[in-house]
Write a protein that binds this ligand. Structure first.
Ligand SMILES: [Zn+2]
Length: 286
C-alpha cells in the first residue's frame, strides 16, 4: 500500500522532468538558431562600425588639435581625459534588506552626449545635438525608464550570471541588458554567502551607448511563446496607449511580471500569453 503511494508520485515526477528537459532542448535549439542569424548580421554591422569609429577618431583628433591651436578651454571632463570618453552609465550593486542583491544602472543625465564636447567653446559649426527623445506626458520615453524596467525583470539571472561570466562558451545571456554590465563587473569574491558573489555596494561603469543599443536591438530575437524583458519593453513602447501609461502603471506591470520571469539557462523570459494579459489589463487593447 505504502509503496504504491510512493511509486505513483515518483513516476509522475520522472515524467515531469522528462517533459521539462524536452521543452528545454526545443527552446535552446530555437534560441541558438536566432542567435546564429543575429551573429552574422552583427559581424557585418560591427565591421561597418569599426570603419566609422576610425573616421570619427581622426575627425576628433583634428578638432582637438584645432581647439588647442586656438587656445579654447576644454570642459573639465574632456581636459582630464586622455581620450574622448564616451558617456558612462554608473552601475551599482545594491543589497536589499532581505539580503538579496539587485543591480541599478544610472545613465548619464540627458544632454550629456558626445556632442557636448563642444559645449562652452566658441566653435560656430559645432555638430547638431542628438535629437531630443520623443516627449511622453509622464516622462516614460527615456532610456533610463527602459533600463530600470528591463534590469528589474532580468533580476532572476543576477546570481548565476555573475558566476557563469567566465564560461568559455559564453554566458548564454548575451541578449540581455545585464550582459554588458556583468562583463565589466568587478572580480567575484570568494564567499559562502548566498548572492552573486559580487561585493556589496560595488560600483562600476559601462558605456551607456551599449545599454541603449541593446534596448533597441533585442526586439529582433523572436522566440515562440516567450519574450525577453527587452522585448516586453519594446511592446509596451509600441502600444498605442503608451502615451497614457503612467509611472505607477508601468511599476505595477513590472510587479505583476516579476514572479513570472524564468531563466532556462539562456536568459530571462516571460510567457508571451501572460505578458499580453498584463498589458491588456494595464494598457487596454492594442
Ligand atoms: Zn539566467
Amino acid at each position: 500500500m505504502l509503496s504504491a503511494e510512493e511509486n505513483d508520485p515518483r513516476a509522475r515526477r520522472r515524467e515531469q522532468v522528462r517533459r521539462a528537459q524536452r521543452t528545454h532542448r526545443d527552446r535552446k535549439a530555437t534560441y541558438v538558431r536566432s542567435l546564429e542569424s543575429e551573429v552574422t548580421k552583427l559581424r557585418a554591422s560591427e565591421a561597418a562600425h569599426d570603419a566609422e569609429c576610425q573616421t570619427f577618431r581622426q575627425v576628433i583628433r583634428r578638432l582637438r588639435e584645432l581647439i588647442k591651436y586656438h587656445n579654447i578651454p576644454l570642459p573639465p571632463d574632456l581636459a582630464s581625459s586622455p581620450h574622448v570618453s564616451s558617456p558612462q552609465a554608473t552601475v551599482e550593486l545594491v543589497t536589499l534588506p532581505d539580503h538579496s542583491q539587485t543591480i541599478r544602472a544610472q545613465l548619464p543625465a540627458p544632454g550629456f552626449s558626445t556632442g557636448d564636447i563642444f559645449a562652452g567653446t566658441s566653435i560656430s559649426d559645432a555638430p547638431d545635438q542628438e535629437p531630443t527623445p520623443m516627449a511622453h506626458p509622464h516622462g516614460l520615453w527615456t532610456a533610463q525608464t527602459g533600463v530600470d524596467f528591463v534590469l528589474g525583470l532580468e533580476q532572476v539571472c543576477l546570481e548565476h550570471h555573475a558566476v557563469h561570466s567566465v564560461d568559455v562558451e559564453g554566458t548564454g545571456h548575451e541578449m540581455m541588458l545585464m550582459s554588458p554590465i556583468m562583463s565589466r563587473s568587478p572580480p567575484l569574491q570568494q564567499t559562502t554567502e548566498p548572492g552573486s558573489g559580487l561585493p556589496d555596494g560595488a560600483v562600476w561603469s559601462v558605456p551607456s551607448v551599449e545599454l541603449e543599443r541593446l534596448l533597441e536591438f533585442a526586439d529582433r530575437l523572436r522566440l515562440d511563446g516567450e519574450i525577453t524583458p527587452v522585448e516586453a519593453w519594446q511592446a509596451i513602447r509600441q502600444h498605442p496607449s503608451f502615451p497614457n501609461l503612467t509611472r505607477e502603471g508601468l511599476d505595477s506591470m513590472k510587479l505583476m511580471l516579476l514572479p513570472e520571469v524564468k531563466c532556462y539557462g539562456f536568459g530571462a523570459l516571460i510567457d508571451r500569453a501572460y505578458f499580453d494579459t498584463v498589458m491588456l489589463q494595464i494598457m487596454g487593447p492594442g
